[in-house]
Design a binder for this molecule. Structure first.
Ligand code: NCD
Ligand code: ZN
Length: 348
């Protein structure tokens, strides 16, 4: 008899679905396992207005496989020109769940992001007033700051000042990668939360750099040393409702990753739940997986948890090693945790 674990259907609070050929190829992998996902707006050009978010949502709905039960939760890409009234109206209309702050130059398609954080004060005031969460890519872009320190420095230089200036603003630190970030979230009240990816729970920087450079493990924020992975694992599996799942599944065609200047992003959607079940089992915390993947995020976003359930089974025979997903823009390699995956999502 295989072991089983049934939980409410999970949500993914940080997902890159892209557009066009990639969207068509990757969407089913998220829609199969997740009921809702917060869809990142860093398209090229970015999704900066409510009208663009509405059009993008329509393209996602059109690409959904027949019968899929999946709701995309849209986000707006914050720029120094973002109009507070446009944000407020998009939220009031139920079109967007959050606004995403990218420091300019921090990651994929972030060139239109924010350089001068004082300029976004009016829109942050408006969001605080309306209860609209701000999702933050928490890395400074100062070339003098070592890439492994950019998240910790961001907390001191940018995030903490923003939170002090806007104490009512609800903030999600996205895809945290350090002990400092986990501690910062714990030190704050209920208005601050963090997403954690599946891949940052299983890789550290050795996976990227030791024994040859492995571009499919490169993402931003970059994985840090082992002590940080362990701190993230403690945060994710510890039951604290301020930590919840955001896979940051970020597909790029292999040709763009396996290159002299490879793109950042790990495509984890097809294996995110099997990897998480492995991690939670290893931590002796399988009973807390539902909180992390299906309850805490919904509570932070003030949404009801999903009524439907999903069952994971643990089989002696492992899943086949993750391969590639074919797209009209070429293959996209699926994240390989580097160990056998014995948990799988039961399919009807
Ligand atoms: C993301 C992408 O490719 O859009 N890449 C990544 O490494 N995580 C952007 C992001 O979330 O930083
Ligand atoms: Zn992301």
């Amino acid at each position: 008899m295989s072991e089983t674990l049934t939980l409410r259907r999970p949500d993914d609070w940080h997902l890159h679905l892209r557009d066009g050929a990639i969207l068509d190829a990757v969407l089913a992998h998220s829609a199969r396992d997740f009921a809702r996902a917060t869809v990142m707006p860093n398209l090229s050009p970015p999704v900066v207005t409510a009208a663009q978010a509405g059009a993008y949502r329509d393209r996602i709905m059109a690409a959904l496989p027949e019968g899929a039960d999946f709701t995309p939760l849209m986000t707006l890409y914050l720029t120094e020109q973002t109009e507070p009234a446009d944000v407020a109206a998009a939220h009031a209309a139920g079109l967007i769940a959050a606004v995403k702050l990218y420091p300019a130059g921090a990651t994929t398609n972030s060139a239109s992001g924010v350089r001068d954080f004082d300029r976004i004060a009016p829109v942050l005031d408006c969001m605080a007033e309306a209860g609209i969460p701000l999702c933050v890519h928490g890395e400074v872009t100062d070339p003098e700051i070592d890439i492994f320190d950019r998240e910790a420095v961001f907390i001191d230089r940018v995030l903490d000042p923003i939170r002090r200036a806007h104490p009512e603003l609800r903030v999600v630190m996205e895809h945290i990668t350090t002990r400092e970030a986990a501690d910062y979230v714990r030190s704050a009240g209920a208005g601050l939360a963090a997403t954690i990816t599946a891949h940052h729970l299983v890789i550290n920087r050795n996976h990227i750099l030791a024994g040859g450079i492995r571009p499919h493990y490169y993402c931003l924020p970059v994985a840090k040393r082992e002590a940080h992975r362990l701190a993230l694992r403690e945060a994710a599996t510890g039951g604290d409702p301020r930590f919840f799942l955001g896979t940051d599944s970020a597909p790029h065609p292999d040709a763009a990753k396996e290159s002299a200047c490879g793109c950042a992003g790990c495509f984890t959607a097809p294996v995110a739940l099997p990897v998480l079940a492995h991690v939670f089992e290893e931590a002796g915390a399988l009973e807390r997986l539902e909180g992390f993947a299906a309850l805490h995020g919904a509570a932070f976003y003030r949404m009801a948890p999903n009524a439907a359930t999903l069952t994971l089974t643990r089989d002696e025979s492992p899943l086949p090693p993750p391969g590639r997903v074919e797209t009209r823009d070429g293959p996209v390699t699926v994240f390989d945790p580097g160990f056998a995956l014995h948990w799988r999502v039961a399919r009807e």
